[in-house]
Design a protein around this ligand. Structure first.
Ligand SMILES: [Zn+2]
Ligand SMILES: [Zn+2]
Length: 337
C-alpha cells in the first residue's frame, strides 16, 4: 500500500482555541512503532480538559485523540506483536520507561516518564498516526471500528475504576452517566451487581439510558439512592459529587474518582468518611487493564453506543460532549475508511 506524504488532521495550536483542520506530514514509524491508518478515534472528556488548558504542558501543536482504532500499514524493525493489515487499538498510555520504581511494581500507569497519546504525543484526530506497539492492543473481531474506539479509554478507565471498588461491592453507584459508565454498567450487570446511576438533575434521557442498560435505579445526583451503596464511582468532573457519594455509601465502602480533572471538592464533615470509607482516584491505565477488558468485553458482549462524526467535525463533537448532549460515546470516523 502506498503511503502518502501528507494527511488531514485536526490540530490544537494553543489551549482554549478551537482545533484547526490542517494538512501535515504523515509520521514515520521508529523501530518499536507501527504506522496506522486511522479508521476511528473516540472523543473523550480528557480531550476537553487538554483543550481548555486544565492539563498542563501538552505537546504543541498537538493532534489530540487517544481512543484510536486503525489498521497497521507499516511496522518498525523491532515490531513483533503486529503485522501489516492487523487491526490495532491505541490507548491513552503511549509509553513508559519500564525502569522507574512505579514501572517495576506493576504501576506503570504512574510511571515518572510516561507519555500519553493525544496529550504529550500526537494522537488519532488524523488520517494516520504512529504508536509504540508495546502499548497497543489487538481489537476483538466482534467489534466494528467505531464500536471499539470507546473501549480504549472510556472502557479502560471505567474498568480500572471498577476494579478499585473491591470484590465485596454489590450495589454500585455511578455518578455521571456517559461513555465510561455505559460500558462498565454492562460489565457489572453481567457479573450480577446492581448499578445505581446518578445523572445531572433532571436529565431523564440519561436516566432512561441507564435503565435500558440494566441499572437497578437511576436518578438525580442530588438524590440519595433507595438503598445504601457498597461503593461509588464518580466519572463526572464535579467535586461536589464526592461528599454526595460518601453520604450515599455504606461503612467500609470506596468512592473512586475516575476522572483526570475535577473541580474543587468542598469541605465535608469527617463523619461521612469515618467507618473506613475510602476515597481514591484512578490515573491512566496499565496494559493489564487493557488486556483484561478486551478479553471480557466480547464475552458479555459489551455493546458501545457510538455517536459518529466525520473528522472535520471534531470541534462540533467536542462541543456537544461539553454540553452533555451525547449519549454513549462520540467517535470520529475517517472519511476514507
Ligand atoms: Zn517508569
Ligand atoms: Zn480518555
Amino acid at each position: 500500500m502506498g503511503i502518502p506524504e501528507k494527511m488531514h488532521a485536526m490540530v490544537l495550536e494553543a489551549p482554549e482555541k478551537a482545533l484547526r483542520a490542517m494538512e501535515v506530514s504523515v509520521p514515520r514509524p521508529g523501530p518499536q512503532q507501527v504506522l496506522i491508518k486511522v479508521n476511528a478515534c473516540g472523543v473523550c472528556r480528557t480531550d476537553l480538559h487538554i483543550l481548555d488548558g486544565e492539563l498542563p504542558n501538552p505537546k504543541l501543536p498537538l493532534i489530540p485523540g487517544h481512543e484510536i482504532v486503525g489498521t497497521v500499514i507499516k511496522t518498525g524493525d523491532q515490531v513483533e506483536k503486529f503485522s501489516v493489515g492487523n487491526r490495532v487499538g491505541v490507548p491513552w498510555l503511549g509509553y513508559t520507561c519500564m525502569e522507574c520504581r512505579y514501572c517495576k511494581r506493576e504501576q506503570e500507569n504512574l510511571c515518572d516518564s510516561a507519555l500519553f497519546t493525544g496529550y504529550t504525543i500526537d494522537g488519532g484526530y488524523a488520517e494516520y498516526t504512529i504508536a509504540d506497539q508495546r502499548y497497543c492492543f489487538h481489537i476483538p473481531n466482534v467489534y466494528g471500528d467505531a464500536e471499539a474506539a470507546p473501549l480504549l479509554c472510556a472502557g479502560l478507565i471505567g474498568y480500572r475504576s471498577y476494579r478499585m471498588i473491591g470484590q465485596y461491592a454489590e450495589r454500585i453507584g455511578i455518578y455521571g452517566f456517559g461513555a465510561a459508565a455505559h460500558i462498565i454498567t454492562q460489565v457489572a450487570v453481567y457479573q450480577g451487581k446492581q448499578i445505581y446511576a446518578f445523572t445531572r438533575p433532571g436529565d431523564t434521557d440519561a436516566q432512561e439510558f441507564a435503565r435500558r442498560l440494566g441499572a437497578a435505579w437511576a436518578g438525580d445526583s442530588t438524590d440519595l439512592p433507595p438503598e445504601e451503596l457498597d461503593a461509588a464511582i464518580i466519572f463526572a468532573p464535579v467535586g461536589s459529587l464526592l461528599p454526595a457519594a460518601l453520604r450515599a455509601t455504606a461503612k467500609g465502602g470506596a468512592v473512586v474518582c475516575g476522572g483526570i480533572h475535577m473541580s474543587d471538592i468542598p469541605s465535608f464533615p469527617y463523619r461521612i468518611l469515618w467507618e473506613e470509607r475510602v476515597v481514591r482516584s484512578v490515573a491512566n491505565l496499565t496494559r493489564r487493564d487493557g488486556e483484561e477488558l478486551l478479553a471480557i468485553a466480547p464475552k458479555i458482549p459489551v455493546k458501545t453506543e457510538a455517536q459518529v462524526f466525520p473528522l472535520e467535525h471534531a470541534n462540533k463533537a467536542l462541543n456537544l460532549l461539553r454540553q452533555g448532549k451525547i449519549q454513549g460515546a462520540p467517535v470520529l470516523l475517517m472519511s476514507s475508511s
